[in-house]
Design a binder for this molecule. Structure first.
Ligand code: BG6
Length: 482
């Protein structure tokens, strides 16, 4: 089912960082591809701007984030409408109602604000009579800051919208290679037999950013890497990697399997937290060839901040498929380079007849690369040409753009289109969100109670030494070192 007829997109937090960097650029790309149905995009902001000032702000953002932004895109700009709204003021919603088209009931409300505002916004919309059965609502992550607050938001939003209308977005699920992972796993019989504890030694999932906190200290200081990246993006990548084959691509079939993975996560509690979870905070250093300041010296950051900008952990999934297979997850800001990879490390052959092979480089690996470019690489062994029987690693690569150069759509393009197509497969269901919080909650609670300072790491490195030790204890290395 698609939205039929004209629609209205109402973007709360419309001139915020996310909207300017990702959402409005994604809408422009959909518009260019003629995949954005007819309708108006209302950009909500607290600042009163003239039409000219508003279009200047939007044009600057689009020039920075969309290639070839030009005069040809004027038709898109004409679809944008700036509305001044203070979401904490009930009368603002009545003013908003006057600007919307009363005849149009196909509305998508996109909440790109802090999640503490989600309920006041729902109440405001309801009081202004702006919610009907034809509306959808998109909720940005992180939803809540712990299990309790996420539960309250889930319950609160459910009083205004039913589950069919709620789209909890995690943009990592919109990335091309994540969907390719589903296809590679479930459209090929080759991997399924190997996809378990008998053949897989361990799996590493890394989301590394070279950027620091940028202008987002106001948001990030109370959030940190665990809530910003691990509770959602990393656990979602884990679910797609580890879930059982769903019976179909039906939204609930996929989400049922993801929930089962989250429920099977071995709890990390008490002393296990110190042994299995590492937190870090970036110090000064060099990033992309430029000197950069430490996190505590970034604008808007408390000089004594205990906010973690890095987290790494080892987890286990307690089920038949994965018993005994460690999963190592990590993410951080100001790391050596921007990269995102899921790396499946297969076990070594049980007995090697090639005595010269270097063991750690010879085990097969299947690498799903999401960033900086999309691709899948299978690391195999082959004979080095020439005398003797020397073995060397080689890579078989599948890259979506090598056969025919195509533009890989941004994650938000795919997901916004899915909202407009009423397809929630790649969005989180209410129980999935809560299971993820349930699992990370004990870690957050212990960190808060013990007020531990995250271990400092040099900007431009791969994170604190404790993260290296986490794998070294198991006789393993992170991928950049192996
Ligand atoms: C967002 C986080 O969800 O993801 C940001 O809030 C992070 O802190 C961003 O920088 C990373 O997304 P991407 O797609 O650029 O890897």
């Amino acid at each position: 089912m698609h939205i039929q007829g004209p629609f209205e997109l109402i973007l709360f937090g419309g001139l915020g960082d996310l909207a300017l960097r990702k959402l409005i650029p994604a809408l422009l790309c959909l518009h260019r591809d003629q995949r954005l149905p007819e309708g108006t995009i209302y950009v909500l902001t607290r600042q009163a701007l003239s039409r000219e000032e508003f279009l200047d702000r939007i044009s600057q953002a689009l020039s920075a984030h969309v290639s070839d932004f030009s005069d040809h895109d004027r038709t898109f700009l004409s679809r944008l409408c700036c509305c001044v709204v203070d979401v904490t003021q009930p009368e603002s919603y009545h003013d908003l109602a006057k600007q919307l088209n009363a005849a149009c009931q196909n509305r998508v409300y996109y909440f790109a604000t802090g999640s503490s505002l989600y309920l006041p916004i729902c109440q405001g919309l309801q009081q202004a009579n702006l919610i009907s059965a034809q509306c959808f609502v998109v909720l940005e992550k992180p939803i809540g800051h712990d299990l309790l607050s996420a539960t309250a938001i889930n319950k609160g939003v459910a009083e205004f919208f039913n589950e069919r209308q709620i789209y909890r977005i995690d943009h990592y699920l919109g990335k091309e290679t994540v969907q390719n992972l589903l296809v590679l796993r479930f459209a090929n019989s080759l991997f399924e037999h190997q996809w378990n504890h008998k053949y897989i030694d361990h799996i590493q999932i890394t989301i590394a950013e070279s950027l620091g906190v940028e202008q987002r200290a106001g948001f990030y200081e109370s959030v940190g890497a665990l809530r910003d990246m691990l509770q959602n993006h990393l656990l979602q990548l884990l679910c797609i990697t580890a879930m059982e084959p769903p019976a179909s691509l039906d939204p609930d079939a996929v989400r049922d399997e993801k929930v089962k993975v989250l429920r099977a996560l071995k709890p990390i509690v008490g002393d296990a937290i110190g042994a299995n979870v590492v937190q870090g905070q970036y110090d000064a250093g060099v990033s992309n060839g430029e000197p950069v300041v430490r996190y505590r010296d970034e604008p808007g950051v408390d000089e004594q901040s205990l906010t973690e900008t890095f987290v790494a952990l080892k987890l286990e999934i307690e089920n038949w498929r994965w018993a005994g297979v460690p999963f190592y997850l990590r993410t951080g800001k100001r790391l050596a380079r921007r990269t995102c990879e899921i790396v499946v490390h297969f076990k070594q052959v049980p007995h090697s007849i090639f005595p010269l092979q270097h063991k750690s480089t010879m085990a097969n690996k299947l690498i799903f690369r999401l960033q900086p470019d999309d691709g899948v690489h299978l690391m195999l062994c082959e004979k080095r040409v020439g005398p003797g029987m020397n073995v060397r690693p080689m890579s078989l690569s599948l890259n979506p753009t090598t056969v025919k150069p195509v533009r890989v759509p941004e994650a938000y393009e795919r997901l916004l289109y899915d909202v407009l197509s009423a397809n929630p497969t790649l969005f989180l269901r209410h129980d999935e969100l809560l299971e993820a919080w349930r699992w990370v909650d004990p870690i957050l609670t212990q960190w808060q109670q013990q007020e531990q300072r995250p271990e400092p790491y040099t900007s431009g490195s791969w994170g604190p030494s404790a993260a290296t030790l986490l794998l070294a204890k198991d006789g393993r290395l992170w991928d950049e070192n192996s």
